[in-house]
Design a protein. Structure first.
Length: 203
């Protein structure tokens, strides 16, 4: 693409991959993706900040969205979202795409759990997958989506929280793999990511 010639080659390639991944993940609008890209350039390629035109890059994001946006009925994502909704009713903080790394995900869950606990809500544990977990599927490095989890008090135990998660994922029709130990992530096998951002033409 012609726009890539205006930036450092590595910067341009990384931005393109970031945009495509976020489009395929399906949670962010064009403006939100643009904001992430601007922050990335500022942190990693400050010399390219002056070369970056936000208005023009929004057009690039829309161009890439037209090429890479998931389409269809979001069957798998809606099943997953339903399982997460049921987990929340049981006092488990369940987050979609929680940060990039596992550490990010636990930080996000802990913040929400702390707030809910202060509000008098019953909280027993957490469950999430990260952008990194999704990236392995998007880049066809594996076909399983992995979930991190944990407990917040002695009872129920982490294993008991994990069992609730595995049961809910299985109840909505997923093939679940887990060895029932606290140190092993829970996996949905042969998972196809089909989430799409429904408002296709946004600023």
């Amino acid at each position: 693409m012609e726009w890539k010639n205006m930036l450092d080659e590595c910067c341009a390639d990384e931005l393109e991959e970031m945009v495509i991944d976020n489009i395929r993940v399906g949670f962010l609008s064009n403006s939100e993706i643009l904001e992430e890209c601007e922050e990335y350039i500022e942190e990693n390629y400050p010399d390219d900040c002056c070369k970056f035109n936000p208005d023009e890059f929004l057009k690039i994001i829309q161009f890439l969205r037209n090429k890479h946006q998931n389409t269809g009925d979001q069957k798998n994502f809606l099943r997953l979202d339903s399982a997460f909704s049921n987990l929340r009713k049981q006092g488990i903080v369940a987050l979609h795409c929680a940060g990039f790394t596992q550490s990010d995900g636990f930080d996000d869950c802990n913040e929400i759990a702390s707030e809910k606990y202060k509000n008098g809500e019953r909280i027993i544990g957490c469950c999430f997958y990260t952008m990194q977990d999704l990236a392995h599927i998007l880049h066809e490095e594996n076909t399983s989506l992995y979930f991190s989890f944990g407990n917040y008090f002695d009872q129920p135990s982490a294993e008991e929280v994990g069992q609730k998660i595995a049961e809910e994922l299985g109840a909505v029709g997923f093939s679940v793999k887990w060895d029932k130990t606290a140190d092993t992530k829970i996996a949905i096998e042969d998972f196809e990511w089909d989430k799409c951002y429904l408002t296709l033409f946004m600023s």
